[in-house]
Design a binder for this molecule. Structure first.
Ligand SMILES: N=CN[C@@H](CCC(=O)O)C(=O)O
Ligand SMILES: [Zn+2]
Length: 427
């Protein structure tokens, strides 16, 4: 058989324990499969075979790549981003430095609501172009699959515009985009005094979202001054009744009991979890809810507290990590940086971190067993790193170590000499 692409002379080939059912937790999160001096062949976008370099010498292919002893891993997966939005919020930096809290900026009509204003005013083409630029950068950082939440429209027209943009990106961009409907992200000014009317409007939208296949998940920002536990319970229950899987922005600023609610509703994941109680952690473990931790956000908001990742891991919660890329609380597309934060702030082991951004991230967005692993017959989403071992990536922080990025078997990014793709634009 003639393969499409052969990678030879791989120094370390990293994969995860994909034979385990579900996301990894407990001791399993601290295990990796590290194969040394390997080769692999790709056909029809999938891993066809993994073998020795001697075996590979007998294989034939359209193209061969010498990996020069470098590290090859599954493509990184970012399971929590707010990818599609207009504008930027650099003017909030000064306010934050003066000590104005994140929720106070929102209360004054800024924060999320200022991005809502910009997003409502933008055309779908403008949103597409900007989001594609962010996605280009993510791909260049080795992120081959990305979740994207809506939530900067907060009315039917603008929410659908965001979701359609994400769907189009998934169809046309080299990176894969999985959509989440976060219509319940803030209370828009026109519904300031009737949040329940607004939530019902968002529930009604679910029929269109289902019909047009615009999102697989439904999420809500459960927080003081945004949506209460009871409002979140009602909203997410209605979404579940309509067949959606649910996620929840839980206990980010105030410990409202969002983790307990996520457990009660058997959510796929609970996200942020900075203020989650010990009881909440136990319930996440018991119900198999994935904890999606966002250390970049608590860093960027300069919070005194961070999610209790070690406690969660010890209690057997499956943990994933994400950028939370958004224009307010975490404007970075760099999941490698988040891996470093997880090592330093959370004290997660390097093995736990790799499992968190690959196999567990895939489970958090409905792609468990299909992405985030390197195994025969699985989609070939790979990164060849400018590094010889997997510990190096979170260690040397703040720079991009992705050398070559492969999605569905095709080379979609190759690093030049310290150059990034020319199509990149941040704003
Ligand atoms: N906390 C709620 N939503 C986002 C931030 C959105 C924004 O500030 O624009 C988050 O997950 O951090
Ligand atoms: Zn978020």
């Amino acid at each position: 058989m003639k393969y499409d692409l052969i990678l030879e002379n791989i120094g370390q080939l990293l994969t995860m324990d994909y034979e385990k059912e579900g996301p990894l937790c407990g001791r399993d999160m601290d295990e990796l499969i590290v194969l040394e001096n390997k080769a692999l062949a790709i056909a029809d976008g999938r891993i066809a075979v993994i073998g020795s370099n001697e075996e590979a010498a007998m294989w034939t292919a359209e193209k061969r790549m010498d990996c020069e002893g470098k590290l090859v891993t599954p493509g990184l997966i970012d399971p929590h981003t707010h990818l599609v939005f207009a504008g930027s919020r650099e003017h909030e930096m000064g306010l934050k430095q003066q000590g104005v809290p994140y929720l106070e900026i929102l209360k004054q009509g800024g924060g999320i609501l200022s991005t809502v204003k910009a997003t409502r005013a933008a055309s779908e083409a403008e949103l597409y172009e900007k989001a594609a630029g962010h996605l280009d950068r993510m791909l260049s950082y080795g992120m081959t699959t990305v979740e994207a939440k809506s939530g900067y429209g907060l009315n039917a027209e603008a929410e659908l515009k965001q979701l359609r943009t994400a769907k189009k990106l998934n169809a046309e961009h080299a990176a894969e985009v999985v959509s989440t409907f976060l219509g319940a992200h803030a209370i828009p000014p026109e519904h300031k005094h009737q949040p329940d009317v607004f939530l019902e409007e968002m529930v009604q939208l679910l029929d269109v979202i289902e019909k047009e296949e615009l999102a697989q998940f439904v999420d809500i920002f459960c927080e003081t001054g945004v949506f209460s536990i009871e409002q979140s319970r009602v909203f997410l229950s209605k979404a579940k009744q309509k067949g959606f899987q649910v996620k929840i922005h839980a206990d980010e600023i105030d410990p409202l009991g969002g983790a307990e609610l996520a457990s009660e509703l058997s959510a796929v994941s609970a996200e942020h979890l900075v203020g989650t109680s010990d009881e909440g952690i136990k319930q996440l473990a018991a119900k198999g809810v994935i904890a999606c931790l966002l250390p970049g956000t608590s860093f960027y908001l300069n919070k005194p507290d961070h999610a209790k990742a070690r406690k969660m891991l010890e209690e057997g919660v499956a943990v994933t990590l994400a950028t939370d890329f958004n224009p307010g609380s975490c404007p970075t597309e760099n999941l490698q940086l988040i891996m470093s934060f997880a090592a330093v702030i959370y004290k997660m082991t390097v093995k736990e971190i790799w499992n968190a951004v690959t196999i567990n991230a895939a489970h958090a967005i409905g792609l468990g067993g299909e992405r985030g692993i390197i195994a025969p017959m699985k989609q070939a989403d790979l990164v060849i790193w400018d590094a010889g071992n997997y510990e190096y990536i979170p260690y040397h922080f703040g720079v991009n170590h992705a050398g070559t990025v492969i999605k569905k078997g095709a080379i979609v990014y190759e690093k030049g000499d310290h150059c990034e793709p020319s199509s990149l634009s941040f704003t």
